[in-house]
Design a protein around this ligand. Structure first.
Ligand code: ZN
Length: 610
């Protein structure tokens, strides 16, 4: 019925010369693409106005009445916000054409629009008009639709009163008014400091184009698409490692993890949440119809010539789906070892180790301590025509040309151990094993390191000497560890003091205690902190740098590992034979103004002389 009615309206508009065949065709195409009615598409395409449709619809309604159906008085509401003509209650909707009013007679109050989200409005064919404490006046295509009235009442907690309008006019109006609402929402948030950067970014790098243009563009391309794009671009601009999209009762929060710290970026109306989540799920090839189960996905995007890989994880929460995007910027790999923040001595020792022809090098630290970055930089340093470098990883975090990288795929049983077995038949010189999680993988990696290959891998341990005991726990024989490991690098990431607002300071007694420094020792160290400025968003920090502790194997350590010494004994030997501890490296970086006392304390672990 609605379709016939639509056709009548389209024909009437055409016969009045308001639209031509080309416009109808364009609207039909748009309607099909967007899943809308042709009439709604005509309005959206700007070919006709809602008023014109209302007029035509009204004239069609009159025609219908003129052909024999009982007439009823037309009395369009005159005053703004008043209800339309009340309908007599005894008509049969199938046989009578109800007299409908036109939305042209009503003002649509933005406060009322906010009461009902667009999805609900579309589903139930309801357009909120005005709102008061007790009452919500809505326009409906069929005001006898009690389910729709119930849904709106339940949602708003208000008594719902309805006027009836033509469905085509209503749907076109829902489209139009909610679009305006999204626009005003964006422009409101755009004035807040949080999203300012996003809108400005959209306006172009030179900032020459005004914010208004950006907002208009945002609407033109669909607010949701623009918002998602903006969130990604801004995250990349701020070098965020993760984006969190967290639903709540009214708004959803967007937070970025920058330099290891979560920072709230902006909040957006919950009405936009389903669209934003769906857009991300579509990009990540997740099932958008499934919102009750957690999902994983991934996609790539290019921003300013940098290829960014994103891993997407969704989790149903009380208020809706929470989405976390992890950003992997593969272009960041080409950081040379010398730029990572190694002290001169440590860098010299580490470069010597990675150029050895066989043995095992372990990089240890908690998740997010920058182990992968160090390993990629190491591979990059030795990547030349003379070596066959092969990796097995999960995930491949950077693409490095000249290196053969394999991604494990447990779904098809391509595990670390299976991949590694085949890599060994590929005449490798250097093998990177992303993680030695299980005994089978670790054993194979060790065997490779004893048979003429240089093997690099990671472990989760707090310090370098603990790597040996961890490997024994996994099930590797102590003598194998003793004979194959050539070095263990432990690391942490600390935030860099912002160079634009760095100043010297004194450490507090508490800080000295946590750093295990006597006042006499402390007097030899110059402490620094960032005062906070616009360049560092008042955090006092900008970027991160690693602190390292490199344990180079020697005979005494080998003998002790083979004899099953515990990690504190190994630690004492390592320190006595030249290892510079994480704490030492941290203090060095404090003194150089690279980081602060609080950062070194933050990454230090309790209970020993790190
Ligand atoms: Zn600063």
């Amino acid at each position: 019925m609605a379709t016939n009615r639509d056709e009548q309206i389209v024909q009437a508009l055409a016969s009045q010369g308001k639209i031509g065949a080309a416009q109808i065709a364009a609207a039909q195409e748009l309607a099909e693409r967007a899943g809308k009615s042709v009439v709604a598409a005509l309005v959206q395409g700007g070919y006709v106005t809602t008023n014109e449709i209302a007029e035509v619809a009204e004239s069609l309604g009159e025609d219908a009445e003129a052909t024999g159906e009982p007439s009823s008085p037309h009395e369009p509401a005159a005053a703004k916000g008043q209800e339309g003509p009340a309908r007599a209650g005894h008509r049969s909707p199938r046989t009578l054409r109800p007299t409908k009013t036109s939305l042209a007679n009503y003002r649509v109050d933005p406060d009322a629009l906010r009461e009902v989200p667009k999805v609900v409005a579309e589903e139930h064919k309801v357009l909120p008009l005005t709102v008061s404490d007790q009452r919500l006046l809505v326009a409906m295509a069929d005001k006898s639709d009690v389910f729709a009235v119930d849904a709106v009442r339940a949602r708003t907690g208000r008594r719902v009163e309805a006027v009836e309008v033509e469905e085509a006019e209503l749907m076109a109006a829902i489209d139009e008014y909610y679009k305006v609402q999204a626009q005003s929402l964006v422009s409101t948030t755009a004035t807040t400091k949080d999203i300012e950067g996003i809108v400005r970014l959209d306006a172009g790098e030179d900032l020459g184009i005004g914010v208004d243009k950006a907002i208009v563009d945002m609407i033109d391309e669909g607010p949701v698409v623009r918002i998602v794009t903006s969130l990604l671009r801004e995250a990349i601009r701020q070098r965020a490692s993760d984006i969190h999209i967290e639903p709540g009762p009214e708004v959803f929060k967007v937070r970025y993890r920058v330099d290891g710290q979560l920072l709230q970026q902006t909040t957006l109306d919950m009405d936009l949440h389903p669209g934003v989540v769906s857009r991300i799920k579509i990009l990540a090839e997740c099932d958008i119809s499934e919102g009750r189960l957690p999902q994983d996905g991934r996609f790539s995007t290019t921003v300013d010539d940098a290829v960014i890989d994103l891993r997407v994880s969704t989790l149903p929460t009380f208020w809706g789906e929470k989405v976390v995007l992890r950003l992997l910027d593969r272009s960041r790999v080409l950081v040379s070892l010398s730029q990572l923040g190694f002290s001169t001595d440590t860098l010299r020792d580490f470069e010597r180790l990675i150029r050895m022809s066989q043995g095992m090098i372990l990089v240890t630290g908690p998740t997010g301590s920058g182990k992968s970055t160090t390993l990629y930089s190491a591979l990059h340093a030795i990547n030349d025509e003379t070596r066959n470098i092969t990796t097995v990883e999960d995930p491949i975090e950077y693409e490095v040309s000249g290196i053969n990288q394999t991604q494990v795929l447990p779904r098809i049983d391509l595990t670390f151990s299976l991949a590694l077995r085949h890599i060994l038949r590929q005449d490798p010189d250097v093998i990177l094993v992303g993680e030695s999680r299980d005994l089978e993988t670790a054993e194979m990696a060790f065997r490779a390191s004893l048979t003429g290959h240089l093997v690099l891998t990671t472990l989760h341990t707090n310090d370098a000497p603990s790597a040996a005991t961890r490997l024994i726990d996994i099930g590797i024989a102590p003598y194998i560890i003793a004979s194959s490991v050539i070095g263990v690098l432990a690391q942490r990431l600390v935030r860099r003091v912002c160079p634009h607002c760095r100043e010297t300071c004194t450490a507090t007694d508490m800080e000295l205690e946590r750093l295990q420094l006597t006042p006499e020792q402390a007097s030899k160290i110059q402490f620094h902190k960032g005062r906070g400025c616009s360049r560092c968003r008042n955090t006092g920090f900008s970027g991160r740098v690693a602190v390292y502790e490199l344990m180079v194997m020697n005979q005494e350590l080998r003998d002790s590992i083979a004899a099953g010494a515990n990690s504190s004994v190994l630690r004492q030997i390592a320190l006595r034979t030249g290892m510079k501890s994480l704490r030492y490296d941290g203090l060095l970086k404090i003194n150089q103004g690279i980081t602060s006392a609080s950062e070194v304390i933050r990454v230090s672990f309790a209970g020993d002389d790190f």
